[in-house]
Design a protein around this ligand. Structure first.
Ligand SMILES: C[S@@+](CC[C@H](N)C(=O)[O-])C[C@H]1O[C@@H](n2cnc3c(N)ncnc32)[C@H](O)[C@@H]1O
Length: 199
């Protein structure tokens, strides 16, 4: 999950935003934002040099920051389960570098994460106009995650896929989020933001 425009350290941003059209300038008109992180607050601060400042800024903008939220079961979270969002966003889902990136095991784990996220995000979406956004790298082995196919099976419809351009998000820096280089960014190459709605 992530913070839309700042350095991303968490994995999802859910926005309840009736006027949500701008995603290029510091959350635009977004209101009622919730940012979630799999990491605990302590872990987040130890992994990322800007974590404290980013969390503070999010909170100053009225965003609720939740820690220890697993995207694979977030719809059961005691607070999230009471909410419905216009947008649920996860930039560059990835379980971390447990095996070689192109190995079967690694791909299976990443596919499981994406499937779990999509299923849970679907339950948290507003029925009218709700969208799930996933930004994802193109090419091998990422095309083997079969994002679109997965979403279709879950009952989601791909409405748009647009090139992801980091420059559209001033202040954002993608993070490896794993290992000793967790605070480092990774090579993006060709990336796409996939947008899904309820079928
Ligand atoms: C490649 S990093 C991307 C981080 C950030 N979203 C960005 O755009 O730079 C993958 C992220 O997925 C998170 N993640 C992995 N498994 C997760 C899970 N089960 N639930 C929620 N987040 C998870 C990691 O903690 C990490 O932050």
């Amino acid at each position: 999950m992530g913070k839309e425009e700042e350095e991303r350290e968490s994995s999802d941003v859910e926005e309840d935003d009736d006027e949500c059209s701008e995603k290029t300038t510091h959350f635009g008109s977004a209101r009622n934002m919730v940012a979630t992180s799999l990491d605990s607050q302590d872990k987040l601060c130890s992994k990322y040099s800007n974590a404290i400042a980013n969390v503070r800024e999010l909170e100053e903008r009225g965003c609720l920051v939740l820690y220890g939220v697993d995207a694979k079961n977030m719809s059961q979270h005691f607070f999230l389960s009471t909410q419905r969002f216009d947008r649920v966003v996860y930039n560059f889902p990835h379980v971390g570098f447990l095996f070689r990136e192109e190995s079967y095991c690694q791909i299976q784990l990443n596919k499981r994460l994406v499937k779990g996220f999509l299923k849970n995000a679907k339950l948290l979406l507003k029925k009218e106009g709700g969208e799930i956004h996933i930004s994802h790298k193109e090419g091998h082995p990422y095309n083997k995650w079969h994002l679109e196919k997965k979403a279709h099976k879950i009952g989601l419809v791909l409405t748009q896929s647009v090139p992801f351009c980091k420059d559209d998000y001033p202040g954002y820096d993608n993070k490896r989020a794993h290992g000793t280089l967790s605070d480092a960014s990774f090579h993006l190459g060709d990336c796409t933001t996939y947008m899904f709605t309820l079928a």
